[in-house]
Design a protein around this ligand. Structure first.
Ligand code: OGA
Ligand code: NI
Length: 353
């Protein structure tokens, strides 16, 4: 795989700070991909499900709520999820401070497309591709053998500890959710974890997204339409600024995040493992001219070196296997070349019949 970017990297944040009055051409999306802001009244009232996890953990009715959210939306918000609220605020605040550092300081962590680890502004290595209006910092968290805190920011002072602390809490939440998803699919609680490769071998990474102010938000996207490649994503959204849009039919629903909620979404690997019962739903991010936005996406992924295909118990005569198995490292490297591309990657595994 390529080890350099096809074009010099421009930090979107510094571009935004120069006060450009128009969006440069390489960020201008073709008309059919541009965001829609004027939702109709009925769209504006639509919401992804909000689940109080105290009513979910260990409760049969809770499993039904989870199942219907994962079948119909691929997304839900969690309240009472158990992750400490002040830790959420502190880690997001620390990342905000990191992005406010001078560009030279951030550039010390500049990433390349072979591992993506570090500070970057681009997903995919397709030359002349239209780019997204955002910068990010990507780091590996699990398995702990590939965790290298020396590649994480050293400023602001507490950021490394905060990342570790937040990572531990979200990891535990993901383990708990994996059991719940397993049971909600009618499987033994530990079945899904085994299929993901086991607690010791699963992967996790953290991408902190920074969406700068944009002079012409209707022409571009902060993050193009995509489904998440991995298992489960836990998103800590900005506390003040909305931006995440979730696909609903032909349209998009802008998520109004609940105070202190975490957003869960099903990734492509759970869609594959569940044999298409659970949906990895397309989403994108819109930007605005008034406020920058920070979000933390924690990706909980299968062990990378085993084939991931539909769980046997979920393959029946009426529901034959939909996908051909693929290792996550292979799947991820395809995504890393192309960048965000709707649902094309998971659809390419569909078995023809
Ligand atoms: C992602 C993502 C949404 C957001 O990082 O994959 O979809 O609100 N982020 O930043
Ligand atoms: Ni995503």
């Amino acid at each position: 795989m390529a080890t350099c970017w096809p074009e010099p990297i421009v930090s979107v944040q510094s571009l935004s700070q120069t006060g450009v009055p128009t969006v440069p051409n390489r960020y201008v999306k073709p008309a059919h991909q541009r965001p829609v802001f004027n939702t109709t009244q009925s769209d504006a009232e639509m919401e992804i499900p909000v689940l109080d996890m105290d009513d979910v953990w260990g409760k049969p009715e809770g499993l039904r709520l989870v199942r219907s959210a994962c079948e119909e939306w691929g997304f839900f918000q969690m309240v009472n999820h158990g992750v400490n609220h002040s830790l959420m605020e502190s880690v997001r605040g620390a990342w905000r401070e990191f992005f406010e550092l001078p560009l030279d300081e951030k550039r010390k962590y500049a990433n390349s497309p072979d591992t993506y680890e570090g500070y970057g502004s681009r997903l995919g290595v397709v030359k002349d591709a239209k780019l997204d209006w955002s910068d990010y910092f990507f780091l590996n968290y699990l398995p702990s053998s590939i965790r290298s805190p020396s590649k994480w920011p050293s400023q602001p002072p507490k950021i490394r500890e905060l990342i570790e602390e937040y990572g531990e809490e979200v990891k535990k939440l993901c383990e708990r959710l994996t059991e719940t998803l397993s049971e909600s699919l009618g499987l033994e609680p530990n079945h899904l974890m085994k299929a993901l490769g086991g607690e010791e071998k699963v992967g996790a990474s953290l991408r902190t997204n920074y969406y700068p102010k944009c002079p012409q938000p209707h022409l571009t996207l902060g993050l193009s339409s995509h489904s998440d490649p991995g298992g489960i994503t836990i998103l800590l959204p900005d506390e003040k600024v909305a931006g995440l849009q979730v696909r609903r039919g032909d349209g998009w629903i802008t998520v109004k995040s609940f105070p202190n909620a975490l957003i869960v979404n099903i990734g492509d690997q759970i869609q594959i493992l569940s044999n298409g019962i659970y949906k990895s739903v397309e989403h994108q991010v819109i930007v605005n001219s008034g406020m920058e936005r920070v979000s933390l996406a924690f990706f909980y992924n299968p062990r990378s070196d085993i084939p991931i295909g539909p769980i046997e118990e979920l393959v029946t005569e009426n529901r034959p296997a939909l996908y051909k198995p693929i290792r996550f490292d292979e799947y991820r490297s395809l995504i890393r070349q192309k960048g965000p591309c709707g649902k094309n990657q998971v659809d390419s595994l569909l078995l023809s019949r």
